[in-house]
Write a protein that binds this ligand. Structure first.
Ligand code: HEM
Length: 515
């Protein structure tokens, strides 16, 4: 079967006219997804003893291979190549124009799965800013009490969860770690506990589905799965109550609560009142199930993405004390000397802090690719001057880590983490600018369209882009205003070698399905 699939897919791929690489597995198979993290290193080890070891299997069979490979494959094979697997054929693209075209021709190259984004308006950004500064300061207070911090991951996830519960649901929690051990056995789960359990077990929830976890067969499931089922039920109840409250406020003509769920309920109610004269149809607004789905997507998409990026930011900064001083000078100027602390005053001026976030997303992006499909039809796409005819059922991958590391766009030091590449200084010295400091004349670089897209682009781009920029810039400014981070040296190790080890840890990091 494997040989039959591979030869069929290979002959289809060959006709497209770009280089072809073959791997004898299906990266989309659930079995391979669950086992590849464990089997991958073992297979690598076995294959390294035979001549085939340096070939395509070890290089391309792991999920997230492009995170480590960066631009190498594209420098060797050109801007497009096809990975033939026992499942689909995957066309990998590292070309800004082609990627933009793919994202814009949405009707032809849709996403394999449809999901809808909730509203992310500018009015909510002040709330995001206030909450992320508060959470970052409380996280800092907690860290100040620790002799050294061996693991930031858990704390940063807590930070990100709290920003979501506050902005999404109007529930503000203190960072306090002593409330970690809530009674999850018999007692009532809070909104935060249930959301946290769902997010930590999101793969389980998606694989088994909420119906199985909460239905009549629930009592036959393992204890932990039952707890996740209980969390799913409780979460739904909290959302239902919140929707009801918001509708009552609306009916009484009262102001909304200023969080995402209320924004979504109101947008949905307005939509339900609208009438489309061209079709003669009234819109139905969003059902409770759809609002629940949107809230889940909002939380799922906004949780780990922030936690992963902030973890990388802190780790990069630990290896680069000079950049900590560079951003501290800006934070000092904007927040202390100029007294700008609000979203409107401070965020647009903290360009160096944003540059640190962008440079981290460039070198260690949490979303390595956007996947499109040709669907049921034959499509064509241009890569440089060549038109490629693509067969139905082919996946097309725009690989961000490769684009982000390509010397064509980022120069010879593309693989170096250097936030200053994002900042230029306006040299003009008009009379009104004489008083202004260097910080006020700095400009944040905007790369050409299609070159830097951690949030994707086009009409299916991340709706949380601004949310993420505000939250991450706010967190960096709060954490590094008065404090510095440095690696903890191991026995007898110099600080220089500890910093080098920190960079190695980043280089060695990658994607895993479970931790
Ligand atoms: C550094 C942080 C983030 C990055 C790099 C990021 C990146 C992305 C990307 C690349 C997509 C498109 C995925 C695809 O097309 O397959 C996406 C979708 C999405 N993101 Fe983000 N995101 C971030 C933070 C957030 C935050 C904070 C939120 C919400 C608070 C959020 C909400 C969403 C939602 C709801 C979608 C799905 C949109 C849809 O289906 O139309 N994201 N994100």
């Amino acid at each position: 079967w494997v040989v039959h699939r591979l030869t069929t897919n290979y002959s289809i791929a060959k006709r497209v006219g770009v280089p072809v690489v073959v791997i004898p597995v299906d990266p989309e198979s659930p079995l391979w997804m669950l086992t590849s993290d464990y089997l991958g290193p073992f297979i690598d080890c076995v294959l390294s003893w035979i001549p085939y070891g340096s070939g395509s299997f070890t290089r391309y069979a792991h999920r997230g291979w492009d995170v480590h490979d960066k631009a190498k494959s594209f420098l060797e094979l050109g801007d497009a190549f096809i990975l033939v697997t026992t499942g689909k054929n995957w066309l990998y693209i590292c070309n800004a124009d082609t990627i933009m075209e793919l994202l814009q021709r949405r009707k032809e190259f849709d996403r394999p799965v449809e999901i809808m984004g909730p509203p992310f308006g500018e009015p909510n950004m002040g709330l995001v800013w206030t909450e992320c500064i508060r959470q970052a300061n409380e996280m800092l207070d907690y860290w100040k009490g620790c002799p050294d911090i061996r693991q930031t991951g858990k704390d940063v996830r807590r930070f990100s969860l709290h920003v979501l519960t506050s902005t999404g649901f109007g529930k503000s929690y203190s960072f306090d770690r002593s409330t970690d051990e809530v009674s999850k056995e018999g007692g009532q789960l809070t909104y935060k506990d249930s959301l946290s359990l769902i997010l930590e077990n999101a793969i389980l929830v998606m694989l088994l589905g909420p119906n199985l976890l909460t239905g009549s067969l629930q009592r036959f499931l393992p204890k932990h799965w039952r707890l996740v089922g209980r969390a799913t039920n409780t979460f739904k109840k909290h959302i239902a109550e919140s929707i009801k409250e918001e509708k009552e406020l609306m009916a009484e003509g009262k102001a909304n609560k200023g969080n995402f769920i209320s924004a979504m309920v109101r947008a949905s109610e307005e939509d339900a009142r609208s009438y489309d004269p061209s079709t003669g149809q009234h819109s139905h607004g969003l059902s409770e199930k759809e609002i629940f789905g949107n809230i889940f997507v909002f939380n799922f998409a906004g949780h780990d993405s922030i936690a992963i990026t902030l973890t990388y930011v802190i780790t990069h900064l630990a290896a680069h004390p000079e950049i900590q001083d560079w951003i501290a000078a800006e934070i000092n100027h904007v927040c202390k000397e100029q007294g700008a602390t609000t979203y409107r005053d401070a965020f647009p001026r903290l360009r160096r802090c944003t540059a640190v976030v962008y440079e981290t997303l460039r070198t260690s992006t949490p979303f390595p690719a956007v996947v499109k499909t040709t669907g049921f039809a034959q499509r064509s796409i241009k890569v440089n001057d060549k038109n490629l005819d693509l067969p139905p059922g082919m996946n097309i991958i725009s690989t961000f880590p490769s684009m982000n590391a390509h010397p064509r766009h980022w120069g010879d030091d593309a693989s170096t983490w250097r936030p200053s590449r994002w900042i230029s200084t306006n040299q003009e010295d008009s009379s009104s600018e004489k008083e202004s400091s260097i910080f006020d004349r700095e400009i944040l670089y905007t790369p050409p369209r299609g070159v830097f897209m951690p949030w994707s682009d086009g009409d299916r781009a991340c709706p949380g882009k601004k949310f993420a920029q505000v939250e991450l810039t706010g967190a960096v400014s709060a954490l590094f205003k008065d404090y510095r981070v440095e690696p903890v040296p191991e026995n007898g190790e110099s600080m220089e070698s500890a910093r080098k080890r920190t960079v190695d840890v980043i280089e060695d990091s990658g994607m895993v399905l479970f931790d």
